[in-house]
Write a protein that binds this ligand. Structure first.
Ligand code: HEM
Length: 432
């Protein structure tokens, strides 16, 4: 095992999604050793590695998330920072609102919001798909969660996602947006608790306000706000996948008709392929709880353990022709709990054995029905604004793949400016 002396954080920022696959390429047994954020780190990849990573006896999450990510994306005190009993208890809160019935309700709200939005589109006028989707999903999730609608929420929530891995003004915008939204939601939670403005029964606001942690007490109102935001924020963030769907349907138009036909099996396969092809977390991180060994490679206690999510989803051995966008690969293919991990792997309740995917699949599947086919069927993509559908191979494909931007570029290009390098500006559509 050789851990470089020189810190590789700059390489991470420079190479983005390519960084970990590049490191692993020449590593023995596919395990790379590096140094990032001043700490030694081991890099693993693949479904077996994911299973190993999600075992709490190997990797703990509590201390692995950097402060700037907590101050923007997840929030201090969030479920993402807990382990063992505290984690399971807090996670139960999310599972209590994201039941199949709850998710179906959320999808119904999203369908309604899409119908309203599409009806307001004027023929011949451009629609910016990313912005439209963020507003629609904000409207839907606020109504569903029992939170008063405020159009600025869409802007703030997308800012939090956009700025978490970005230095400079976008990062500070993300911090301010989080602070503003946490204060707002903490106020609503206090009003719900005191009865000044009661929350509707069983809504996310109600459940979060009255949730009791492992110690039996109510959550501090700011932490409760963090968790309510951890329902609102990722739901609105599905707008990134809406934009990727627009991109995929433009680049591979052969899928349009079948998706628009409403065939549920194909819709699910399309959503899986979208998440595989455009995963937007490049990797997940945790910390070795003791001296570990993975495939003969030692991982010292306290090291960071990084799970290469992008590498796993673009591994030719696992997927065959991984740079081809082929929803068919998921038709009739059972997906193991650790195979497709763009939103984490394993058990939704415990992080270890049952399919955690279920939460996301339900959400992604339900949201997909609500978000995907309809607006894209009623509008045509404006070809001038989209990148050329050029076939690429090998290294060139890797270099130019839209998923292969640096974290900063990816966030900027996909979210705020929308793949500007390729020509898409936030995925413009023109209603026919
Ligand atoms: C844009 C779509 C989404 C993406 C890319 C995404 C991605 C992720 C990722 C990468 C993780 C970390 C997994 C881990 O550390 O093992 C995560 C965790 C989580 N996500 Fe999502 N997610 C999305 C949508 C959602 C939605 C719609 C919800 C709920 C409404 C949600 C709720 C959560 C929760 C509660 C966790 C914490 C899990 C834990 O620590 O046990 N996510 N998500």
């Amino acid at each position: 095992m050789r851990t470089p002396l020189v810190d590789q954080t700059a390489a991470l920022l420079a190479h983005g999604y390519r960084w970990l696959p590049g490191l692993r390429r020449d590593a023995p047994a596919g395990v790379a050793h590096t140094r990032v954020l001043g700490q030694r780190a081991a890099v693993l990849c693949g479904p077996e590695a994911a299973r190993y990573f999600y075992d709490e006896d190997h990797v703990q999450r509590r201390t692995a998330i950097p402060g700037p990510v907590l101050s923007t994306l997840f929030g201090h005190g969030a479920v993402h920072t807990l382990d063992s009993v505290e984690h399971r208890r807090r996670k139960a809160l999310f599972l209590s609102v994201l039941t199949p019935g709850g998710v179906a309700d959320l999808a119904a709200h999203a369908c309604e919001a899409w119908d309203d939005a599409v009806a307001s589109w004027r023929p011949g006028r451009d629609v910016v798909l990313f912005d439209a989707a963020s507003r629609v999903l904000t409207r839907a999730v606020c109504r569903w969660a029992g939170v008063p609608l405020d159009d600025a929420v869409a802007r703030d929530v997308t800012a939090m996602v956009d700025g978490f891995a970005t230095p400079g003004p976008r990062h500070w915008r993300a911090r301010k947006a989080r602070d503003r939204r946490e204060r707002w939601l903490a106020g609503l939670i206090e009003e719900a608790r005191s009865g000044v403005e009661p929350a509707s029964a069983r809504s996310a606001l109600d459940e979060v306000a009255h949730h009791r942690d492992a110690g039996g007490g109510l959550l501090d109102s700011r932490v409760a706000a963090v968790e309510l935001l951890n329902v609102l924020r990722p739901t609105v963030a599905v707008c990134w996948f809406v934009m990727f769907a627009g991109h995929a349907l433009h680049r591979w138009p052969a899928h349009r008709e079948r998706l628009a036909s409403g065939e549920p099996e194909f819709a699910t396969a399309f959503a899986h392929e979208l998440r595989r092809f455009y995963p937007f977390a490049p990797f997940l991180g945790g910390r070795a709880v003791r001296d570990l060994e993975w495939r003969g490679e030692p991982i010292p206690a306290g090291s960071l353990v990084l799970l290469d999510v992008f590498g796993q989803h673009h591994d030719a051995g696992l997927w065959g022709d991984p740079y081809a966008f082929r929803p068919q690969r998921f038709v009739d293919r059972p997906v193991g709990a650790f195979d497709l991990i763009p939103q984490g792997g394993g058990d939704p309740a415990t992080r270890s054995s049952l399919p955690r995917r279920t939460r996301h699949d339900r959400t992604a599947g339900g949201a997909h029905r609500a978000l995907g086919a309809d607006p894209l069927r009623r509008a045509r993509a404006e070809p001038d604004h989209l990148p050329p559908a050029r076939a690429r191979t090998g290294e060139e494909q890797v270099r130019h793949h839209p998923c292969d931007l640096t974290a900063a570029e990816a966030s900027r290009d996909r979210a705020v400016n929308g793949l500007r390098r390729g020509g898409v500006r936030r995925g413009r559509l023109r209603p026919a």
